[in-house]
Each structure stands twice: as structure tokens, then as C-alpha cells.
Design a protein around this ligand. Structure first.
Ligand SMILES: [Zn+2]
Length: 223
């Protein structure tokens, strides 16, 4: 199982309000008010076909629009032998789409995931105890229907991973997992349709390294 978390943009606020806005209920209210104001000024948008994308309240596909390739950085917590399978997963999407939508930007040294203007892959040794069945989680930050940041966490506490081409009993294929999470980074939701790399669960010792034709045609609605 893997998780996906969608984070609406937090509007910047005057400094005297910040202390109060840290309270979650107030931050949420502020966001809702801003969204309503934008909606009132925005032209009426024609609803789009979902193509298995997460949809905005205005029925628009949530994506990076023309702002690709998306550059992802590797946090120093990521084991160095994971770099090649992560690069391979990026290549899988780029080759399937016939264009560069994702790119690896090198190593980064961030303290923790969060909205900080960089798209970073983390390997976490701490993970919520009540989410121990989650192999990874992608957090997407967006405003309107435009994604502006995504972070990817791999659960290093509850799962073991293999990186070669031979499945290993009791371990998860890192490349298949990252391919799925990169689908979320680009905006895709989960899919149950036959063999999709966006299926919600990834069994141990299982290779799922190639997007299906429907994964690709969905992705091509945006990219
Ligand atoms: Zn997922």
C-alpha cells in the first residue's frame, strides 16, 4: 500500500497574523476563504475528462501543466544504491511519454519533508506507527489546479527493498514503488484497471516497472 497526500497551497499572510494562523482550524479557514475569493473572480472553466488525474474543485486535472520537466532531488537519507533504480523509474515515464517530464537533479541536504520549494525524495527511518502498512507517501502541493511542489517519502522502517532485476522474497521492488509514486508526483490517482502501475498495492517480490497503455494515454491528457 502506498499513500498520497494532497496539500492545498497555504497563502502567505501578513506577519502579525502568522502566530494565530498556525492554529490548524484557522489556517484551514483562511485557505477556504482565499479559494472562494479566487473562484468568484475566475472565469467559468469547462470540466475536463479526469484521465485518472486528481481533480480540482473546478473539475480540472491537477498537474504541473507546461512546467515540466519536474526536477527531483535525492535527500542524503536515500541509500546511494537506490539512485540507479530511481533514475530507471524516471526513465520509464520519460520514455513511455516520448518526452522528458521528470529529471533527477542530484543530492540535497534537507532537514525534513515539507513545503520548501524543492521536490525531494526521502528515505525515512521514522514512520507513523498507525501507518506501518504504507510503503511510501507522495505529498503534492498545489494551487488551483497547478502543482508547484511534490515530496516523496519511502518507508525505510517497515519494509525492505531490492534493487536488482531478480525479485527477492519478502522485499519490495524499489523501482516499481518509485515508478508508482512518480505517477502521483505528476498528478495521477490510484487505478484498478488491469496491471496499472497506479494500483494501490504492490506485493513483495513483484516487478511492475512498465506503465500500461492506459497509464500512458492517461498521462498524455496532460503531458
Ligand atoms: Zn499510491
Amino acid at each position: 500500500m502506498s499513500g498520497l497526500k494532497w496539500m492545498p497551497a497555504q497563502p502567505s499572510q501578513p506577519s502579525f497574523l502568522r502566530k494565530f494562523l498556525r492554529k490548524p482550524w484557522f489556517a484551514m479557514l483562511g485557505t477556504l476563504l482565499i479559494a472562494t475569493a479566487l473562484q468568484a473572480c475566475a472565469p467559468q472553466l469547462t470540466p475536463q475528462e479526469p484521465c485518472n488525474f486528481v481533480m480540482s474543485a473546478e473539475q480540472q486535472r491537477v498537474s504541473w501543466k507546461i512546467d515540466v520537466p519536474v526536477t527531483l532531488y535525492l535527500d542524503s537519507s536515500v541509500p546511494s544504491h537506490f539512485q540507479e533504480p530511481i533514475q530507471a523509474a524516471i526513465r520509464d515515464w520519460n520514455q513511455s511519454l516520448g518526452r522528458e517530464v521528470l529529471r533527477l537533479g542530484g543530492w540535497s541536504n534537507r532537514t525534513s519533508p515539507g513545503q520548501d520549494g524543492a521536490n525531494v525524495i526521502y528515505f525515512m527511518n521514522n514512520w507513523e506507527l498507525d501507518r506501518s502498512n504504507e510503503q511510501a507517501r507522495t505529498t503534492v502541493f498545489w494551487a488551483g489546479s497547478k502543482i508547484f511542489e511534490a515530496d516523496l517519502r519511502i518507508n525505510g522502517r517497515d519494509f525492505d527493498y531490492f534493487t536488482g532485476s531478480t525479485p527477492v522474497a519478502g522485499k519490495v521492488d524499489l523501482q516499481s514503488l518509485v515508478l508508482h509514486e512518480l505517477g502521483h508526483v505528476l498528478g495521477l490517482a490510484h487505478s484498478d484497471s488491469g496491471g496499472s502501475v497506479m494500483a494501490k498495492s504492490l506485493p513483495n517480490a513483484y516487478l511492475r516497472r512498465t506503465p500500461t497503455s492506459s497509464d500512458i494515454s492517461n498521462m498524455k491528457c496532460e503531458y
